[in-house]
Design a protein around this ligand. Structure first.
Ligand code: SAH
Length: 263
């Protein structure tokens, strides 16, 4: 394949190529490039962000599932060739490359797997001090939203338990080829300094997920499956609906539940 041959956009891989250089540079610059030596770009496509990443002092690695994009990248970014991982981000064991060292994540992400990208990041949070990139706007807003907002949910609470989340700017469909049906939003996550929470973290995931499964109900109703004591259920926190609790309150609730179950 010739060097200039463009990758054909494949719908099933969520391919929408960004064609605005200044937005690409702005997204890249939302990382601080401090406190880690490696950056992993998810879904580089034809490298619109990658070329700006390669100017930084950190080492750029990219993970791309599409063989045609991989070939394009290897042909056009010769000094990146050894650091192109041709794999599915969701399935690949990243420590094959990073060896337990810290790395930041960046990307104009494939929107069909956005939620799973965030969950994998949360699982690997001990190694990921910073995360920046583009999702569909609604998902980016959800991740950054606060209690009381209509879009506040599982992703908001679990992400903000470990990261400070900032919605940076909105990007219109017209700057992509082909244009997506929805607007996009760029966000940045910076890991909080005190990484361990004052509660059982696995239990927090369970409480948040179960609570939001029925977001219109009180927690007394939605958390029935935990078989809590009547004494605990008399606590007024259970009168609330999940969207009314901030992250700290979810952590406190998790502590209460954990103590109750282990009594
Ligand atoms: N960053 C490029 C491409 C964005 S489109 C740009 O801004 O133009 C999303 C990219 O993610 C595509 O290149 C697609 O092939 C890739 N992709 C989709 N699913 C993936 C997965 N599971 N793992 C790694 N890359 C994936």
């Amino acid at each position: 394949m010739s060097k200039d041959h463009q990758v054909k956009a494949k719908k099933k891989l969520g391919q929408h190529f960004l064609n605005d250089e200044s937005i690409a540079e702005q997204i890249t610059n939302s990382l601080s490039f401090k406190g880690y030596k490696h950056v992993l770009e998810i879904g580089p496509g034809m490298g619109v962000l990658t070329k700006y990443l390669l100017k930084k002092e950190t080492t750029t690695h990219v993970i791309e599932i599409d063989p045609e994009s991989v070939e394009y990248l290897k042909n056009n970014y010769l000094n990146l060739a050894d650091r192109v991982i041709e794999q599915d981000f969701l399935k690949y064991d990243l420590n094959e490359v990073f060896n337990n060292e810290p790395f930041a994540i960046i990307g104009n992400f494939p929107y069909n797997i956005s939620t799973q990208i965030v969950f994998k990041t949360l699982e690997m949070r001990d190694q990921i001090p910073e995360f920046a990139g583009m999702f569909q706007k609604e998902v980016a807003q959800r991740i950054c939203s606060k209690e009381g907002s209509k879009v506040y949910g599982i992703l908001s609470v679990l992400t903000q338990a470990f990261y400070d989340a900032e919605y940076l700017f909105t990007v219109p469909p017209s700057v992509f080829n082909p244009p997506p049906k929805v607007e996009s939003g760029v966000l940045r996550l910076k890991r909080k300094e005190n990484q361990t929470l004052d509660c059982n973290e696995a239990m927090l995931f369970k409480v948040v997920k179960t609570g939001f499964q029925q977001r219109r109900k009180t927690l007394r109703n939605s958390l029935k499956s935990f078989n809590l004591s009547d004494n605990l259920k008399a606590n007024t926190i259970f009168d609330k609906r999940p969207e009314q609790l901030n992250v700290q309150e979810f952590i406190a609730l998790t502590q209460l539940i954990d103590n109750d179950i282990n009594e």
